[in-house]
Structures are given as structure tokens and as C-alpha cells.
Design a protein around this ligand. Structure first.
Ligand code: DQA
Length: 138
């Protein structure tokens, strides 16, 4: 069975509460339940942390064992060379995801340190970006 981890970074614990005009009304926990019911053939797990170090630790933990990682690193996308290095260090392919179309937003969101080390990038489809990323591993 395919093992896929969805890894969410800072402030994504507030989905459904935070800036609803950009990120929507649904909590990730609720969305994740729906997603899991659509993909019963895969072992889909979810982890969220607001800290850079915990995200790196999780990449190390699953990155030699899992078949795929769907990563929304939030604002760390635009700042973190350390997460970029962790993606390069592991064997499991990582797909970078963003809920919003970051290219329609502030200039500082246009650059990602992570994309270069990822298998691909999916952005701008709301929460459906996660499903499309999961689909890319099947
Ligand atoms: C985000 C976009 C980032 O720029 C932002 O910092 C986030 C969420 C997205 O999913 O659209 O926290 O990654």
C-alpha cells in the first residue's frame, strides 16, 4: 500500500479560521477526513507543526520509507534553506503545495526555496491542491 504523508507548516492549523477569503472556510482536519475516504487504497497520514525544526525532523523521519510527501511549508517556503536542504537529503519525492495562487499575491511569496528540490509544485486550487498532489503519486 502506498504510504503518503501530508505535511503542513505554520499557521495551517488555523485553516477555516484564518483569512477565509484566501484560504476558505474548511478546517484541514475536516478536509482530510474527506480526502482519506476518497483514497482508501493508500495509507494517508497528516502532520502539522508551526516550527521549522519539527518539519525538518518529520521529513527525516518519513523520508527514507514513505512513497510520497505532500508539503505545504506555509511561509517557510519563502525563507527556509534548511527545509530545502532536508528535501534534498531524503529519498522520498516531495510535491510542494499551496492553497492560494502565490503568484497573484505579494512579491515575497513569488519565490520558493523549496521548488528546485521538489518533484513538482501544485498551487492555486484551494484545498483541492492537496488532492491533486496525492493523485500525482498514484
Ligand atoms: C501558503 C502560501 C504562503 O505564502 C503562506 O505563507 C501560507 C500558505 C498557501 O497554501 O497558499 O501560509 O503556503
Amino acid at each position: 500500500m502506498n504510504k503518503i504523508l501530508i505535511l503542513n507548516g505554520p499557521n495551517l492549523n488555523l485553516l477555516g479560521v484564518r483569512e477565509k477569503g484566501i484560504y476558505g472556510n474548511q478546517s484541514f482536519e475536516e478536509y482530510f477526513e474527506t480526502l482519506k475516504s476518497q483514497y482508501t487504497q493508500i495509507d494517508l497520514t497528516y502532520f502539522q507543526h508551526n516550527g521549522e525544526g519539527a518539519i525538518i525532523d518529520k521529513l527525516h523521519e518519513v523520508g527514507f520509507d514513505y512513497d510520497g510527501i505532500v508539503l505545504n511549508a506555509g511561509a517557510y517556503t519563502h525563507t527556509s534553506i534548511a527545509i530545502a536542504d532536508a528535501i534534498a537529503a531524503i529519498n522520498t519525492p516531495v510535491v510542494e503545495v499551496h492553497i492560494s495562487n502565490v503568484h497573484q499575491r505579494e512579491e515575497f511569496r513569488h519565490h520558493s526555496y523549496l521548488s528546485k528540490n521538489c518533484k513538482g509544485v501544485i498551487l492555486g486550487f484551494g484545498l483541492d491542491s492537496y488532492r491533486l498532489a496525492v493523485e500525482s503519486f498514484l
